[in-house]
Design a protein around this ligand. Structure first.
Ligand code: ATP
Ligand code: MG
Length: 571
């Protein structure tokens, strides 16, 4: 491709809309443009990157025995109503009515669509296992679209769905996808880490996320790792080993105290001169319009996913000032479990190990000292609610948990029979007995991943694409378009590379060399061939890998061989 015949609108200035370096580079490199919040247009270079990544995904999925199909983007609401997700997925789901007033969805995921397809087709165990996938646009009205392609409202996903008759075959199908995922990410130049994750609105018995670990602020997810064993989990899901049982102190009588002006943990502990671990926080949430209280030790954070799972709520929101006043009788900051009425009380196990602790008194500017569970209040349920924190014990071994931040590039869910049961996807076994089909679902961010890759693959001057998803492999830069020996050599090499099937970009713009070099560094093509007087006098050109510091001189006739050698050693 000739630069003058494609469209690469590079930008010199830093773009204020982009917080992340990867987003910044895609905008400045002329890869993407924003149409509206969370909605991006992929320009020619990005289109090539996406196609290359999608081809890797396709190749590995096909090798794993999955079959590519294309499902509709529009979907009738009925099947989402049948699985219950019309209610549970909530506002993220784009909804609309057609001209006949039928309720429709723009799919954010396709479990319902694919299950209703299979329900109509598969009748016998002989038709299983089956794995269907597609690479397609998804729509989600994300509450906080941000970071460019990382969290868009419209994005491309690879979604695969497996269908199995037996648990054994289901485990194999799941493992095949896990193996394919590792292969896909490795080919795209990144080492993805597999971590346990919450099953969330998807339902099902197990789930994993594939994370790219990053040191930058691009990591939206926190992952807890054990320093000794293989345990790794999204913090939303991470369990931890609770401390050894300790003998409780003898319980003392409850004692209300005035705490004027002290509402937060910091203020109360400073005022009462106690450690945060002697306090118990009582957090009031609305679980589908019912008030619930969550009790965690003062030095720990509440894990909302754990509370949501414990309450079984579809919608969980922090109670507002008015609701807190209504249910506790006090303003925010003074809630406590003692005497709390009509509010379910969920208590973290760490709280049950305390004696004589401090809680809010449900009265303005008052707390109670020496509170003891069971004696002074009763838990509706004791359940793990605390977020795992660095330094906590590993739930699987004697090791200690550490936190790292990551970008989720893919995930795998063991759905089980949730969708097949509600949509009637059943099969007859060898004995003629009917069963719901076992299902798995598997996603990869086809637009998120290439951007995520850039969080790793860049330097101060721009992008450094891994060769597998680079828009072109080689860029030829003739220093002057007015110099015939430059342009002739450039044309000759361009033709040779094209003939060899190597993706090549020729910067044939009548620009100053400085501009061309800056742009070449910015768009990050793996190999650059520069054609200028100095080298040509020796019958050579300059060749430089984008990731190398130095260029080397290569005789014109050896360019093809040299290009192959460099490409071979590059990531
Ligand atoms: P997240 O937790 O990041 O919101 P998710 O759990 O909602 O992701 P899935 O619904 O399973 O993700 O989607 C599969 C894959 O699609 C994700 O692993 C991610 O790579 C990608 N993805 C999800 N949401 C977006 C989005 N808003 N923009 C771009 N890619 C996305
Ligand atoms: Mg999401």
């Amino acid at each position: 491709m000739r630069w003058t015949q494609t469209y690469i609108p590079t930008l010199r200035e830093s773009q204020s809309e982009a917080e992340l370096i990867s987003h910044q580079l895609l905008l400045r490199g002329g890869f993407i443009r924003k149409l509206a919040s969370g909605i991006y247009l992929y320009l020619p270079l990005m289109q090539r990157v996406i196609t290359k990544f999608a081809d890797i995904v396709r190749d590995e999925m096909n090798k794993a025995g999955a079959l590519e199909i294309t499902m509709s983007v529009l979907c009738p609401a009925e099947i989402w109503q049948q699985t219950g997700r019309y209610e549970t997925v909530g506002k993220e789901q784009m909804r609309m009515k057609d001209r006949h007033q039928h309720e429709m969805l723009l799919c954010g995921t396709h479990e319902e669509t694919v299950t209703s397809l299979v329900a109509g087709e598969v009748k016998s165990y002989k038709q299983l296992p089956l794995n269907l996938y597609q690479i397609q646009v998804k729509f989600r009205d994300e509450i906080r679209p941000r970071f460019g392609l990382m969290r868009g409202r419209e994005f491309i996903m690879k979604d695969a769905y497996s269908f199995d008759a037996t648990e054994e075959s289901f485990d194999q199908s799941y493992q095949k996808m896990v193996d394919a995922y590792f292969a896909i990410f490795r080919r795209a130049g990144i080492e993805a880490v597999k971590v346990e994750s919450d099953t969330g609105a998807m339902g099902g018995k197990a789930a994993h996320e594939f994370m790219l670990l990053v040191d930058t602020n691009a990591g939206e997810e926190t992952i807890m790792f054990c320093d000794k064993c293989e345990y790794a989990a999204n913090v939303e899901k991470a369990e931890f080993r609770s401390a050894e049982e300790t003998d409780k102190d003898e319980s003392k009588p409850m004692e209300p105290v005035e705490t004027p002006g002290a509402a937060t943990i910091e203020e109360v502990t400073a005022f009462l001169k106690v450690k945060p671990s002697q306090l118990v926080k009582t957090l009031i949430y609305m679980a589908d319009d019912k008030p619930v209280a969550a009790l965690v030790r003062g030095d720990r954070e509440l894990n909302l996913v754990k509370l949501k799972n414990a309450t079984g709520a579809i919608d969980l929101e922090m109670a507002n000032d008015e609701q807190v006043q209504k249910y506790t009788g006090a303003p925010v900051g003074f809630a406590g479990p003692v005497g709390l009425k009509d509010v379910a009380i969920y208590v973290d196990p760490m709280v049950t190990k305390l004696s004589n602790f401090i809680v809010g008194a449900n009265e303005n500017e008052k707390h109670i000292l020496n509170v003891n569970i069971d004696r002074d209040f009763t838990a509706t349920e004791v359940v793990d609610l605390s977020e795992a924190a660095p330094g906590d014990g590993c739930p699987r071994c004697e090791g200690t948990l550490e936190a790292k931040s990551g970008i989720e590039v893919g995930n795998t869910f063991m759905l089980g029979t949730k969708y097949s049961e509600s949509l009637g996807a059943r099969f007859l076994d060898a004995d003629g007995k009917e069963h719901p089909i076992l299902m798995g679902s598997y996603g990869i961010g086809v637009t998120r991943t290439p951007q995520a890759v850039l969080e790793k693959y860049h330097d101060a001057n721009g992008i450094v694409w891994p060769k597998s998803i680079a828009p072109y492999l080689v860029e030829i830069v003739p220093v002057s378009m007015d110099n015939e020996s430059h342009t002739q050599t450039a044309e000759k090499l361009y033709e040779q590379l094209e003939a060899e099937g190597i993706d090549v970009l020729l910067d044939d713009r009548p620009e100053r060399p400085g501009v061309k070099f800056k742009d070449a560094d910015l768009i990050g093509i793996p190999v650059r061939i520069t054609i200028g007087d100095k080298a040509l006098k020796q019958g050579a050109v300059e060749m430089k890998a984008r990731s190398d510091e130095k260029a080397e001189l290569v005789p014109v006739e050896d360019v093809m061989k040299a290009v192959r050698e460099v490409l071979d050693r590059l990531n």
